[in-house]
Design a protein around this ligand. Structure first.
Ligand SMILES: Cc1cc2nc3c(=O)[nH]c(=O)nc-3n(C[C@H](O)[C@H](O)[C@H](O)COP(=O)(O)OP(=O)(O)OC[C@H]3O[C@@H](n4cnc5c(N)ncnc54)[C@H](O)[C@@H]3O)c2cc1C
Ligand code: FES
Length: 273
């Protein structure tokens, strides 16, 4: 699959080292970019390389725009960070499986995110808030943890969401302006009032955070079959051909990145090479 050329229409700084880009197709080649929440694109910084980045915008049918939130890490993400509005990025995708929203029908959905892990879950929040009533997923809430208050993504949206749904925020290191929880996000999850037999959990964040959250959910009585995680491993082709992302019997790009925990629990302890 050859990258399509997109142009950075808008770029916003989330915090130093993390930014969101709104991409529009360049020129005549206007195509819709339909995707399911949880899927990702391969973004190509010309001359530097390609990286897997989740869609973080609204999954609206027929839209040609795509939105991504990126943290600067190595060579390719640094090259993407240097691009300004009007400059071009190559886009291949969408790839991978999305969050299984149908599994949460008539149940409570617990959305649990750590750090940049909120990016692939933001399309889920948009979906939940946009459902027409009576809502297929009647109850939902967000637990979101970050290292520091200034490292929380989408801060103005978090405030707006909190008016429409329960949002529990936690930071590892607070400052005097912080009035929310302090400590790891597993604390508010462990004390939250939910029916463990009538809920489904979607998790995304650092692997250690996901492992501890799974432990807490299972201690509360949530079945491993009702817990879904999004995995992040080295990728190259994004299409199941090169084997870079092999994880046990799965290719994360093709069979994931979203997996049911009970299907992959044996592989979660294996570190990325
Ligand atoms: C399904 C999926 C969704 C992702 N979504 C996001 C997102 O929304 N926002 C975001 O900031 N990051 C996301 N990542 C992580 C992002 O792909 C890596 O941070 C990025 O590849 C690091 O590349 P680099 O060029 O900065 O680092 P380098 O160290 O220069 O990496 C070189 C190459 O190694 C591979 N690589 C290295 N580390 C990783 C990694 N952790 N994961 C995957 N490939 C890696 C890539 O192919 C990259 O081109 C996602 C990863 C996956 C697999
Ligand atoms: S990235 Fe090539 S097989 Fe998954």
């Amino acid at each position: 699959m050859i990258p399509r050329i997109y142009r950075i229409e808008r770029r916003t700084e989330e915090y130093p080292g993390a930014f969101t880009v709104h991409l529009a197709p360049n020129g005549e080649d206007v195509v819709s970019h339909d995707f399911s929440p949880g899927q990702f694109n391969m973004l190509y910084a010309f001359g530097a390389g390609e990286v897997a980045i989740s869609m973080s915008g609204q999954a609206l049918p027929g839209r040609s725009h795509t939105v991504h939130t990126i943290r600067t890490r190595g060579m390719v993400t640094s090259a993407l960070a240097r691009l300004r509005e009007g400059e071009e990025i190559g886009v291949r995708g969408p790839f991978g499986s999305g969050w299984p929203l149908a599994e949460a029908a008539n149940k409570e959905l617990l959305v649990i995110a750590g750090g940049l892990g909120l990016a692939p879950l933001r399309p889920v929040i948009y979906h939940l808030l946009n459902q027409s009533k009576p809502r297929p997923i009647p109850r939902f809430r967000l637990f979101y943890g970050a290292r520091r208050p200034e490292e929380m993504l989408y801060r103005s949206e978090l405030e707006a969401w909190n008016r429409e749904m329960e949002v529990q925020l936690s930071v590892d290191h607070a400052d005097p302006s912080w009035h929310g929880n302090i400590g790891v996000i597993t604390k508010p999850v462990s004390s939250a009032d939910f029916d463990p037999k009538g809920c489904v959990a979607f998790l995304c964040g650092p692997e250690a955070m996901m492992r501890f959250s799974i432990q807490v959910l299972m201690e509360r009585g949530v079945s491993p079959a009702d817990i879904y995680i999004s995995m992040e491993r080295n990728m190259k082709c994004g299409t199941g051909l090169c084997g870079h992302c092999q994880w046990g019997p799965n290719f994360i790009c093709k069979n994931g990145p979203v997996f049911r925990y009970s299907d992959v629990r044996n592989w979660l302890g294996i570190r990325a090479l």
